[in-house]
Structures are given as C-alpha cells and as structure tokens.
Design a protein around this ligand. Structure first.
Ligand code: KIV
Length: 271
C-alpha cells in the first residue's frame, strides 16, 4: 500500500498502474470547495464532480436539468480545493448526445474554465463519436455504463440494469468499445456483481463500480449519501459512514435554543 500513499498527485496513469498492481481505487463526489478540501485531505484518489449535483445541490428530481455553466461553477470550486486527487467532471445531459462537435466544445470549456483533469460521459456505442472527438483534444474520458441516470426516462426506473442476457451482452460490448476508443477508465453503476467482475477482467482499463460489487478495480459513492447528509436514498449498495443529518439538525436545534434563551453569545463571545 505504500505505492498508494507516496503518490503526490493522482493521474490517469496512476490509476492504470494501480489496476495492474491490484490496488483498489477510491472515488467520491464533491461539488463545492469546502467538502472537496476535506475529501482530498482524507486521501481520496478520484473526486467526481458528478451531475448528481443536480439532485444533491439543487434539489432536482433527476440529473437532466443541470447546465454546463453550473457544472463549470461546481467543478472550478472543487479544483481550487484539491491537492492530490484526480478531478473528473460529468458532461451534462444535452451537451454530447448526438453532437460530437458540441461534446468537444463542452469538454474544452470544462478543462479550460474549471481546470478539471478529465470528463465523464454516459453511454456506449451511441456516444462513440463524441468520446473519440473529445479524445482528439487530449482530454481524458471516463465512460459510464449500466444505470445511466441521464437516460432515466428511457429506463423508467432506477432498478438494477443488465440482469437480462441481451443487455448484459451489450454492456460488455460497450465496455470493450469504450476501451478501444481510448477511455482511461469506466464507471459501472447498479449492475450484477458477476457481470461487473467479468467486465473488469475483460478490459485492461480501470473499472470503478457503484452498486456493482467488489470484483471491480475501485468504488465510487455520492459523498452526501455516505456521510448521511441525505437520508431518503437507501439503496442496498450504500454504506453510511456517518449520520451527519442528525448531527447537523441537533447542532442547529442547540443553536436555536441558545439564541432564544439568551445563552448565545456569552461574555467572551463578544467585543
Ligand atoms: O453523478 C454522479 O454522482 C455519478 C456517480 C453516481 C457515479 O455519476
């Protein structure tokens, strides 16, 4: 594990080396400066500025409404906080599907204006042209297969994907295609663990899972879920490491009580 600690700055090459050495990759989301600073200091390898910001930060039901300008705002705040982690940023819905020129322009804006290190796109064969065009600019691309929340209205539900053979076969083909196209890594979301392990063994690039079991090269979670800030979202794959929702509400209640009861500020808390 010393190889892991010694790394001053995680790059796409580091992740590839870790896959080959069997060192697991840790990844969490962040959308703002303060949280990104804490997560980076905690030793995370990859920070994803996910379009889940649309749900977590803005309160939308889906990831579809978030805009490129909003993603750039979140990403630039994260990049300013980070010393060690690789920062990957989601291309938002509508900025790459069916339009590889727009995909390239959007990816360039994310790299230039936010200072990100890589971008992530959802989908396989359907978005190949966009992936390949972005790669021509020297921008690293992470793929995302399985449950792809930007396609929620096609799926209809957030249940496990690729349980049927036809969808599993397409997913494996897409993973191989994304590797051949030049993606440096893949995210697999909410698919059977056996399929995820098969994909991770088949492709030579790192595969990071969320709800995809332990047979892959790394794990990603939404930080607000694993810290227990969000409470309604309770999928089987989620492990909560803290219950910040209760902690924060208790602190707020205590503060309200202190203000109302003239207990705050005290004599040594004023000028
Ligand atoms: O937007 C996001 O948070 C994601 C993760 C769930 C992988 O894409």
């Amino acid at each position: 594990m010393s190889v892991h600690k010694e790394v001053k700055r995680v790059t796409t090459h580091t992740l590839q080396e870790w896959k080959e050495a069997g060192i697991k990759i840790s990844m969490l989301t962040a959308y703002d400066f303060s949280m990104a600073k804490l997560i980076d200091a905690g030793g995370i390898d990859v920070i994803l500025v996910g379009d889940s910001a649309s749900n977590v930060m803005a309160g939308h039901e889906t990831t579809l409404p978030i805009t490129l300008d909003q993603m750039i705002y979140h990403a630039s705040s994260v990049v300013r906080a980070v010393n060690r982690a690789l920062v990957v940023v989601d291309l938002p819905f509508g900025n790459y599907q069916g339009n590889s020129r727009l995909a390239l322009e959007s990816a360039i804006r994310i790299m230039k204006e936010a200072g990100a290190h890589a971008v992530k796109l959802e989908g396989g064969a359907e978005i190949r042209e966009s992936v390949e065009r972005i790669l021509t600019a020297g921008i690293p691309v992470m793929g995302h297969l399985g449950l792809t929340p930007q396609s929620i209205y096609k799926f209809g539900t957030y249940t496990v994907r690729a349980k049927e053979e036809a969808e599993a076969t397409k997913l494996l083909e897409d993973a191989i295609l994304l590797e051949k196209s030049g993606c440096f890594a893949l995210v697999l979301e909410k698919i059977p663990a056996t399929l995820a392990e098969k994909v991770a063994k088949k492709v030579s690039i790192p595969v990071v899972g969320i709800g995809a079991g332990g047979g892959v090269d790394g794990q990603v979670l939404v930080s607000h879920d694993m810290l227990g800030i969000t409470t309604e979202f309770k999928p089987r794959f989620l492990r909560r490491y803290l219950n910040l929702s209760d902690e924060i509400q208790n602190a707020v209640k205590q503060y309200v009580d202190d203000v109302k009861s003239h207990n705050f500020p005290g004599k040594d808390e004023q000028y």
